[in-house]
Design a protein around this ligand. Structure first.
Ligand SMILES: [Zn+2]
Length: 316
Protein backbone atom coordinates (compact mmCIF):
# COMPACT_ATOMS: atom_id res chain seq x y z
CA UNK A 1 0.00 0.00 0.00
CA UNK A 2 3.05 2.28 0.14
CA UNK A 3 2.26 3.75 -3.25
CA UNK A 4 -1.48 3.60 -2.84
CA UNK A 5 -3.66 6.68 -3.09
CA UNK A 6 -5.29 8.23 -0.03
CA UNK A 7 -9.06 7.85 0.53
CA UNK A 8 -11.26 10.94 0.81
CA UNK A 9 -12.19 11.45 4.48
CA UNK A 10 -14.43 14.15 5.97
CA UNK A 11 -14.20 14.98 9.67
CA UNK A 12 -17.08 16.90 11.26
CA UNK A 13 -15.88 18.14 14.65
CA UNK A 14 -18.88 19.14 16.77
CA UNK A 15 -19.03 22.29 18.88
CA UNK A 16 -19.56 20.23 22.06
CA UNK A 17 -17.64 17.24 23.37
CA UNK A 18 -19.05 13.75 22.79
CA UNK A 19 -18.37 10.38 21.20
CA UNK A 20 -16.50 9.68 17.99
CA UNK A 21 -18.62 7.99 15.30
CA UNK A 22 -16.90 6.51 12.25
CA UNK A 23 -19.00 5.88 9.14
CA UNK A 24 -17.78 4.43 5.84
CA UNK A 25 -19.25 3.05 2.63
CA UNK A 26 -17.70 1.45 -0.42
CA UNK A 27 -16.16 -1.69 1.12
CA UNK A 28 -17.88 -3.03 -2.02
CA UNK A 29 -17.45 -0.82 -5.06
CA UNK A 30 -20.91 -0.98 -6.66
CA UNK A 31 -23.12 -0.09 -3.68
CA UNK A 32 -23.86 3.48 -4.73
CA UNK A 33 -26.71 4.61 -2.41
CA UNK A 34 -24.39 3.90 0.55
CA UNK A 35 -21.61 5.97 -1.00
CA UNK A 36 -24.03 8.81 -1.75
CA UNK A 37 -25.44 8.77 1.80
CA UNK A 38 -21.94 9.33 3.22
CA UNK A 39 -21.26 12.13 0.70
CA UNK A 40 -24.53 13.86 1.69
CA UNK A 41 -23.77 13.48 5.41
CA UNK A 42 -20.48 15.26 4.78
CA UNK A 43 -22.26 18.09 2.99
CA UNK A 44 -25.13 18.58 5.47
CA UNK A 45 -24.02 17.76 9.03
CA UNK A 46 -23.83 21.02 11.00
CA UNK A 47 -20.90 21.04 13.50
CA UNK A 48 -22.72 23.62 15.64
CA UNK A 49 -25.46 21.05 16.42
CA UNK A 50 -23.18 18.09 17.10
CA UNK A 51 -21.70 16.80 20.35
CA UNK A 52 -18.65 14.77 19.44
CA UNK A 53 -17.04 14.01 16.09
CA UNK A 54 -18.25 12.23 12.97
CA UNK A 55 -15.58 10.81 10.64
CA UNK A 56 -16.86 9.95 7.14
CA UNK A 57 -15.20 7.86 4.40
CA UNK A 58 -17.39 7.59 1.26
CA UNK A 59 -15.40 4.82 -0.50
CA UNK A 60 -12.91 2.37 1.00
CA UNK A 61 -12.52 0.05 -2.00
CA UNK A 62 -11.55 2.67 -4.61
CA UNK A 63 -10.18 0.14 -7.16
CA UNK A 64 -13.57 -1.63 -7.26
CA UNK A 65 -15.50 1.65 -7.34
CA UNK A 66 -13.50 2.91 -10.32
CA UNK A 67 -13.82 -0.32 -12.31
CA UNK A 68 -17.45 -1.09 -11.31
CA UNK A 69 -16.33 -4.44 -9.93
CA UNK A 70 -18.88 -6.18 -7.66
CA UNK A 71 -18.04 -8.10 -4.44
CA UNK A 72 -14.23 -8.04 -4.64
CA UNK A 73 -11.28 -5.71 -5.03
CA UNK A 74 -10.00 -6.17 -8.60
CA UNK A 75 -6.34 -5.91 -7.53
CA UNK A 76 -6.39 -9.22 -5.61
CA UNK A 77 -9.89 -10.59 -6.42
CA UNK A 78 -10.55 -10.77 -2.68
CA UNK A 79 -13.83 -9.79 -1.02
CA UNK A 80 -12.61 -7.23 1.55
CA UNK A 81 -15.56 -8.03 3.83
CA UNK A 82 -14.23 -11.58 4.31
CA UNK A 83 -10.70 -10.65 5.44
CA UNK A 84 -11.29 -8.26 8.35
CA UNK A 85 -9.40 -7.31 10.50
CA UNK A 86 -6.86 -7.58 7.70
CA UNK A 87 -3.11 -8.08 7.69
CA UNK A 88 -0.44 -5.36 7.18
CA UNK A 89 1.68 -7.89 5.22
CA UNK A 90 -1.17 -9.50 3.29
CA UNK A 91 -2.78 -8.85 -0.08
CA UNK A 92 -4.12 -5.42 -1.11
CA UNK A 93 -7.55 -6.07 0.47
CA UNK A 94 -5.96 -7.36 3.67
CA UNK A 95 -3.79 -4.26 3.97
CA UNK A 96 -6.77 -2.02 3.16
CA UNK A 97 -9.01 -3.57 5.85
CA UNK A 98 -6.14 -3.59 8.35
CA UNK A 99 -5.66 0.15 7.79
CA UNK A 100 -9.40 0.79 8.16
CA UNK A 101 -9.63 -1.09 11.47
CA UNK A 102 -6.44 0.32 12.98
CA UNK A 103 -6.45 3.90 11.71
CA UNK A 104 -10.19 4.62 11.88
CA UNK A 105 -12.46 2.04 13.58
CA UNK A 106 -10.11 1.47 16.53
CA UNK A 107 -10.25 5.18 17.46
CA UNK A 108 -14.04 5.38 17.34
CA UNK A 109 -16.68 4.86 20.05
CA UNK A 110 -19.09 3.44 17.47
CA UNK A 111 -18.80 2.26 13.86
CA UNK A 112 -21.34 2.14 11.02
CA UNK A 113 -20.42 0.34 7.74
CA UNK A 114 -22.89 1.21 4.96
CA UNK A 115 -23.59 -1.31 2.18
CA UNK A 116 -26.37 -2.30 -0.23
CA UNK A 117 -27.00 -4.96 -2.80
CA UNK A 118 -24.00 -5.02 -5.10
CA UNK A 119 -24.39 -4.65 -8.90
CA UNK A 120 -26.16 -8.04 -9.44
CA UNK A 121 -28.19 -7.94 -6.18
CA UNK A 122 -31.56 -6.58 -5.08
CA UNK A 123 -32.33 -6.33 -1.39
CA UNK A 124 -34.74 -5.19 1.27
CA UNK A 125 -33.13 -2.73 3.74
CA UNK A 126 -31.64 -4.41 6.82
CA UNK A 127 -28.99 -4.02 9.51
CA UNK A 128 -26.59 -6.72 10.78
CA UNK A 129 -24.85 -6.78 14.14
CA UNK A 130 -22.96 -9.36 16.17
CA UNK A 131 -25.00 -11.52 18.53
CA UNK A 132 -23.74 -12.22 22.04
CA UNK A 133 -24.22 -11.76 25.76
CA UNK A 134 -21.47 -9.18 26.17
CA UNK A 135 -21.70 -5.40 26.46
CA UNK A 136 -20.35 -4.69 22.95
CA UNK A 137 -22.95 -7.00 21.37
CA UNK A 138 -25.75 -5.41 23.41
CA UNK A 139 -24.65 -1.89 22.42
CA UNK A 140 -24.31 -2.97 18.79
CA UNK A 141 -27.83 -4.40 18.76
CA UNK A 142 -29.20 -1.19 20.30
CA UNK A 143 -27.48 0.83 17.55
CA UNK A 144 -28.88 -1.59 14.94
CA UNK A 145 -32.42 -1.12 16.26
CA UNK A 146 -31.94 2.67 16.46
CA UNK A 147 -30.83 2.83 12.81
CA UNK A 148 -34.47 2.22 11.84
CA UNK A 149 -34.50 -0.18 8.86
CA UNK A 150 -37.25 -2.83 8.42
CA UNK A 151 -35.09 -5.79 9.57
CA UNK A 152 -32.32 -6.31 12.11
CA UNK A 153 -30.29 -9.49 11.89
CA UNK A 154 -28.04 -10.52 14.78
CA UNK A 155 -25.51 -13.20 13.82
CA UNK A 156 -23.14 -15.17 16.01
CA UNK A 157 -20.94 -16.86 13.38
CA UNK A 158 -19.41 -15.94 10.01
CA UNK A 159 -21.98 -16.21 7.21
CA UNK A 160 -19.51 -17.83 4.81
CA UNK A 161 -16.37 -19.78 5.68
CA UNK A 162 -13.51 -17.39 5.01
CA UNK A 163 -10.03 -16.33 6.06
CA UNK A 164 -11.25 -13.43 8.16
CA UNK A 165 -14.49 -11.87 9.27
CA UNK A 166 -16.69 -8.94 8.35
CA UNK A 167 -16.25 -5.29 9.29
CA UNK A 168 -18.79 -5.23 12.12
CA UNK A 169 -17.49 -8.48 13.66
CA UNK A 170 -13.86 -7.29 13.59
CA UNK A 171 -14.87 -3.96 15.12
CA UNK A 172 -16.78 -5.75 17.89
CA UNK A 173 -13.68 -7.88 18.56
CA UNK A 174 -11.81 -4.59 19.10
CA UNK A 175 -14.47 -3.53 21.59
CA UNK A 176 -16.14 -1.01 19.25
CA UNK A 177 -19.95 -1.29 19.03
CA UNK A 178 -20.69 -1.59 15.33
CA UNK A 179 -23.28 -2.38 12.67
CA UNK A 180 -23.45 -3.04 8.94
CA UNK A 181 -26.49 -1.42 7.27
CA UNK A 182 -27.73 -2.24 3.75
CA UNK A 183 -30.13 -0.44 1.39
CA UNK A 184 -30.46 -0.10 -2.38
CA UNK A 185 -28.84 -2.29 -5.01
CA UNK A 186 -28.62 -3.48 -8.61
CA UNK A 187 -25.91 -0.94 -9.41
CA UNK A 188 -28.27 2.01 -9.33
CA UNK A 189 -28.83 5.14 -7.29
CA UNK A 190 -32.17 4.81 -5.50
CA UNK A 191 -32.98 8.06 -3.71
CA UNK A 192 -35.18 6.29 -1.15
CA UNK A 193 -32.26 4.00 -0.24
CA UNK A 194 -29.92 7.01 0.08
CA UNK A 195 -32.46 8.65 2.38
CA UNK A 196 -32.86 5.51 4.53
CA UNK A 197 -29.10 5.21 5.06
CA UNK A 198 -28.68 8.95 5.65
CA UNK A 199 -31.57 8.95 8.12
CA UNK A 200 -30.21 5.81 9.79
CA UNK A 201 -26.89 7.48 10.60
CA UNK A 202 -28.75 10.52 11.98
CA UNK A 203 -30.87 8.13 14.09
CA UNK A 204 -27.67 6.55 15.44
CA UNK A 205 -26.32 10.01 16.29
CA UNK A 206 -29.55 10.68 18.24
CA UNK A 207 -29.15 7.32 19.99
CA UNK A 208 -25.55 8.16 20.97
CA UNK A 209 -26.52 11.62 22.24
CA UNK A 210 -24.53 13.38 19.50
CA UNK A 211 -27.43 15.38 18.10
CA UNK A 212 -30.74 16.62 19.52
CA UNK A 213 -34.01 17.82 18.04
CA UNK A 214 -35.55 17.11 14.66
CA UNK A 215 -33.81 14.98 12.05
CA UNK A 216 -32.76 17.25 9.17
CA UNK A 217 -34.21 16.33 5.79
CA UNK A 218 -31.81 15.84 2.90
CA UNK A 219 -34.52 16.98 0.51
CA UNK A 220 -38.28 17.06 0.63
CA UNK A 221 -38.63 14.32 -1.97
CA UNK A 222 -36.08 12.02 -0.32
CA UNK A 223 -37.68 12.41 3.09
CA UNK A 224 -41.13 11.62 1.77
CA UNK A 225 -39.96 8.54 -0.06
CA UNK A 226 -37.85 7.29 2.87
CA UNK A 227 -40.47 6.93 5.56
CA UNK A 228 -42.77 9.89 5.19
CA UNK A 229 -41.88 10.83 8.73
CA UNK A 230 -39.92 13.69 10.18
CA UNK A 231 -38.13 12.63 13.34
CA UNK A 232 -36.11 9.75 14.70
CA UNK A 233 -38.77 8.99 17.30
CA UNK A 234 -41.28 8.18 14.55
CA UNK A 235 -39.21 5.36 13.04
CA UNK A 236 -41.11 2.06 13.04
CA UNK A 237 -39.62 -0.79 15.06
CA UNK A 238 -37.43 -3.23 13.15
CA UNK A 239 -38.30 -6.93 12.88
CA UNK A 240 -35.61 -9.05 14.53
CA UNK A 241 -34.11 -12.00 12.61
CA UNK A 242 -31.58 -14.34 14.18
CA UNK A 243 -29.83 -16.32 11.46
CA UNK A 244 -28.63 -15.66 7.91
CA UNK A 245 -29.07 -18.60 5.49
CA UNK A 246 -27.39 -18.19 2.11
CA UNK A 247 -28.77 -20.29 -0.73
CA UNK A 248 -26.53 -21.53 -3.57
CA UNK A 249 -27.14 -23.34 -6.86
CA UNK A 250 -25.35 -26.62 -7.55
CA UNK A 251 -25.60 -26.17 -11.34
CA UNK A 252 -24.51 -23.40 -13.66
CA UNK A 253 -27.11 -21.97 -16.03
CA UNK A 254 -30.08 -19.61 -16.07
CA UNK A 255 -31.60 -18.56 -12.72
CA UNK A 256 -35.36 -18.05 -12.50
CA UNK A 257 -36.30 -16.78 -9.03
CA UNK A 258 -39.93 -17.20 -7.89
CA UNK A 259 -39.54 -14.68 -5.07
CA UNK A 260 -38.52 -11.05 -4.69
CA UNK A 261 -36.39 -9.31 -2.07
CA UNK A 262 -38.58 -8.73 0.99
CA UNK A 263 -40.83 -11.76 0.39
CA UNK A 264 -41.65 -14.09 3.28
CA UNK A 265 -40.76 -17.74 2.55
CA UNK A 266 -41.53 -21.04 4.27
CA UNK A 267 -39.16 -23.95 4.81
CA UNK A 268 -39.43 -26.33 1.84
CA UNK A 269 -41.14 -23.76 -0.40
CA UNK A 270 -39.87 -23.70 -3.98
CA UNK A 271 -38.17 -20.30 -4.40
CA UNK A 272 -36.83 -20.67 -7.93
CA UNK A 273 -35.38 -22.92 -10.58
CA UNK A 274 -32.13 -23.17 -12.54
CA UNK A 275 -32.32 -24.17 -16.19
CA UNK A 276 -29.74 -25.19 -18.74
CA UNK A 277 -29.25 -23.46 -22.09
CA UNK A 278 -31.57 -25.97 -23.80
CA UNK A 279 -34.46 -24.76 -21.62
CA UNK A 280 -34.63 -27.79 -19.33
CA UNK A 281 -34.92 -27.37 -15.58
CA UNK A 282 -31.82 -28.80 -13.91
CA UNK A 283 -32.52 -27.78 -10.34
CA UNK A 284 -35.47 -26.78 -8.18
CA UNK A 285 -34.39 -24.50 -5.37
CA UNK A 286 -36.24 -24.66 -2.03
CA UNK A 287 -36.02 -22.49 1.07
CA UNK A 288 -34.07 -24.10 3.94
CA UNK A 289 -35.88 -21.99 6.58
CA UNK A 290 -38.91 -19.89 7.47
CA UNK A 291 -37.84 -16.32 6.95
CA UNK A 292 -37.55 -13.27 4.74
CA UNK A 293 -35.58 -12.90 1.49
CA UNK A 294 -33.12 -10.15 2.43
CA UNK A 295 -31.09 -10.15 -0.79
CA UNK A 296 -31.54 -11.79 -4.18
CA UNK A 297 -29.27 -12.31 -7.20
CA UNK A 298 -31.19 -10.74 -10.08
CA UNK A 299 -28.88 -11.51 -13.01
CA UNK A 300 -30.00 -14.76 -14.70
CA UNK A 301 -26.50 -16.11 -15.37
CA UNK A 302 -25.31 -18.22 -12.43
CA UNK A 303 -22.23 -20.35 -11.94
CA UNK A 304 -21.89 -23.73 -10.25
CA UNK A 305 -22.13 -23.15 -6.51
CA UNK A 306 -23.32 -19.60 -7.30
CA UNK A 307 -24.97 -17.46 -4.65
CA UNK A 308 -28.73 -17.05 -5.26
CA UNK A 309 -30.06 -15.28 -2.19
CA UNK A 310 -29.77 -14.63 1.52
CA UNK A 311 -32.71 -15.45 3.79
CA UNK A 312 -33.02 -14.00 7.29
CA UNK A 313 -34.49 -16.71 9.51
CA UNK A 314 -37.18 -15.82 12.04
CA UNK A 315 -36.37 -16.64 15.69
CA UNK A 316 -37.32 -20.28 16.50
ZN1 LIG B 1 -21.56 -4.77 0.47
Amino acid sequence: MANDEPRPVISVAGAKPGPVLFVNAGVHGGEYPAVEAVIRLGKTLDPKKISGTVILMPVLNLPAFRTRTPFVCPIDSVNPNRVFPGDPHGTYSEQMTHALINEFVGHADAYVDLHGGDIPEALVPFVISRAGDNEVAEKSKAIAMAFGLPYVLTVSKPIQPSKGSSSYAAAAEKGVPSILAEAGGVGQMQDDAVALLYRGVINVMHHLGMIAGETPAISAADTASATGKGSAADTAASTLLTRFEWVYTMSAGMWYPKVAAGDAVDEGEQIGTVGDLFGDTVEKVVSPVNGVVLFLTINPSVLENGLLMGIGARPD
